[in-house]
Design a protein around this ligand. Structure first.
Ligand SMILES: NC(=O)c1ccc[n+]([C@@H]2O[C@H](COP(=O)([O-])OP(=O)(O)OC[C@H]3O[C@@H](n4cnc5c(N)ncnc54)[C@H](OP(=O)(O)O)[C@@H]3O)[C@@H](O)[C@H]2O)c1
Length: 342
């Protein structure tokens, strides 16, 4: 396909809802017709509904839907192969799709948190009892596979297209809840830990920084950044509808009281992702996490925060483990035996 057909190309995983949809809106707002937006989604009906909604807001938009299950290595390899066949370059890869696997509410933590640390309660996932020990069909920690490894594989597969633009960006949607204390390199897939979600988000931060360091060393013209959408009232965590609705009210009250993490809408939550994609490299640091924040009146802005306790040795060990797993899946992958993603 002639490359003059395309100006900028962005891939957004998990584009059909929540923060991913907000990223799409902001990208189309900023880039208009110059952008080809690739919505990388797992469910065709949900993806096409979201595409129609975007087209109703941005009738000029060039939008493609490409199917991928980021929690399945074969699907990611097949998706990447389709992308490489179809597009001449990629400007932005938004590693946004994510899951938080829950099996109920932790009423004790809710009560204690409400009394002792109400802001923390609504910023972290303490209220949720996370499912521990979940393994996917590839034999990998389920949350890690979807939140981290699928995106690692995608990034590795698409590095050629990303570097072709001269300023390719990989943006990881991490979280303010990501913290080194949730992560253990001996349980890198978060299978045994009580907080596989937080473990996976810290892994995203480690991979983002370590990858940027590698890109610099190899003089590959790609940079990787990590962001946090703050608190967005999305469908993540599979909470009962009444809990989500009750939380929204509390989020608004907290925001009015000046708690800046309470972005509530996906559009506000997506501001940091798009900032990390568009800002000149000279004004960004890959050691920062870029946080979406909102004023008490709901105006979104971006705050940079140095990632606390970045540990290069652990990051390199994690990359080594991911790379070995990626190479093993790639070796056994036969593109001819896999149906195209769409
Ligand atoms: N909401 C928050 O407050 C918050 C806070 C911190 C970080 N985040 C991060 O923000 C990102 C987006 O989350 P969200 O809040 O927008 O949640 P969401 O509304 O549940 O959206 C998640 C998106 O990811 C997609 N997805 C999940 N598993 C997938 C898979 N295996 N393959 C392909 N797509 C998959 C979902 O697709 P389906 O519609 O098909 O399920 C959906 O489009 C996540 O990385 C999350 O960790 C969110």
């Amino acid at each position: 396909m002639a490359s003059e057909k395309y100006q900028k190309i962005a891939i957004v995983t998990g584009a059909n809802g929540g923060v991913g949809f907000g990223i799409c809106q902001r990208l189309l707002e900023a880039e208009g017709e110059a952008l080809t937006l690739v919505m990388a989604c797992r469910n065709p009906a949900r993806a096409n509904r979201a595409k129609e909604l975007l087209l109703s807001q941005f009738p000029f938009a060039h939008i493609d839907v490409e199917l991928v299950d980021v929690g399945c290595a074969k699907s990611v390899l097949s998706f990447s192969s389709a992308i490489k066949n179809k597009y001449p370059h990629i400007n932005y890869l938004f590693c946004n799709a994510g899951i938080l696997s829950s099996c109920g509410l932790n009423w004790k933590a809710i009560f204690v948190g409400f009394v002792t640390d109400p802001v923390g309660l609504f910023e972290r996932s303490d209220a949720t009892i996370q499912t521990v020990g979940e393994i996917n069909e590839d034999g990998m920690g389920k949350v890690f596979a979807a939140n981290v490894f699928g995106h690692y594989t995608m990034m590795r597969e698409l590095e050629g297209l990303l570097s072709y633009t001269g300023d390719g960006r990989v943006i990881w949607t991490s979280s303010i809840t990501a913290h080194s204390r949730s992560f253990d390199i001996n349980d890198w897939q978060g299978i045994l830990c009580k907080e596989p979600y937080e473990s996976s988000k810290w892994a995203c931060d480690l991979i983002s920084i370590a990858s940027s360091e590698r890109f610099q060393k190899e003089e590959t013209r790609i940079a990787s950044f990590t962001t946090s959408p703050g608190i967005v009232a999305s469908e993540i965590g599979e909470l009962p509808v009444w809990v989500v609705k009750a939380r929204i009210l509390v989020h608004y009250i907290m925001r009015l009281c000046g708690v800046a993490s309470q972005n509530i809408t996906a559009y506000n939550g997506a501001i940091a992702d798009v900032y990390a994609a568009f800002e000149p490299l000279s004004r960004l640091s890959y050691f920062n996490r870029y946080n979406s924040l909102s004023t008490r009146w709901g105006k979104a802005y971006v705050g940079a925060q140095a990632i606390p306790e970045y540990d290069r040795v652990t990051a390199e060990k994690l990359i080594e483990k991911c790379e070995l797993a990626y190479q093993a899946f790639k070796k056994n992958f036969d593109p001819a035996a896999t149906a195209p993603a769409n």
